[in-house]
Design a protein around this ligand. Structure first.
Ligand code: HEC
Length: 192
């Protein structure tokens, strides 16, 4: 590490550092230099700002834990981070992406499949005990409608939360089975 000029440290922002997901499996940090093929060289400033503000990549796929949206930074600050990253030397370093989580068992319910598909499990854990404790959802939300509203619009309901807003990402017919699964994680039926 070159402390006076960190940009000159080997591999600076080139990615590949090993982090752990909630299952304890390695997940490598991405290459954030502007190399076109292996980094974020093809990302526009708009893509970058929107992804970090919402937690969804330009193609609509969710960022996975330990990455997520960064509500602490406003748009101007995100633009400044983009400008800084663009100023760094490009590094060609292809970081292997962790495979998408395996499909749950064939016997899994529709809701459990959606919970995995939308990476709810990456932040909340397969059992609902990761970030926040989904097993308490039936106590925290009086009705299914309130729970659905939270899943759609959490950042409007609680500004600064790291729970993304799924409205427009999750297909309409998918909410009911997904909510069934969230409630099942807590061993509860519908909210009383
Ligand atoms: C990027 C990480 C992340 C992803 C992905 C994510 N969540 Fe969350 N979720 C959170 C965080 C953090 C909280 C805690 C919010 C708070 O209180 O500020 C939360 C809270 C919740 C809560 C409220 C729990 C309670 O009892 O208070 C529910 C329900 C929930 N998430 C459902 C989901 C579902 C369903 C999905 C997938 C469609 C999902 N989440 C995907 C991070 C995430």
């Amino acid at each position: 590490m070159n402390i006076a000029e960190p940009e000159k440290s080997e591999g600076y922002f080139g990615g590949g550092n090993v982090l752990l997901d909630l299952r304890g499996r390695p997940i490598r940090s991405a290459n954030l230099t502007f190399d076109e093929e292996t980094g974020i060289g093809k990302w526009s400033e708009e893509d970058f700002v929107r992804t970090l503000a919402t937690g969804f990549r330009p193609d609509g796929t969710p960022l996975r834990f330990p990455m997520g949206p960064i509500p602490e930074l406003d748009e101007e600050e995100l633009r400044a981070v983009y400008a800084y990253l663009r100023s760094l030397p490009k590094i060609a370093n292809r970081v292997p992406r962790q495979a998408e989580p395996e499909e749950p068992a064939v016997a899994a319910s529709e809701g459990q499949k959606l919970y995995t598909k939308y990476a709810c499990s990456s932040c909340h854990g397969d059992d609902g005990m990761g970030q926040a404790d989904l097993r308490q959802a039936a106590q925290h939300f009086q009705t299914r409608e309130a729970l659905e509203d939270w899943i759609r619009h959490a950042p409007s309901i609680k500004p600064g939360t790291r729970m993304p807003a799924w409205d427009g990402i999750i297909a309409e017919p998918e909410y009911a089975p997904l909510i069934d699964h969230v409630l099942a994680l807590g061993g509860a039926g519908d909210p009383r």
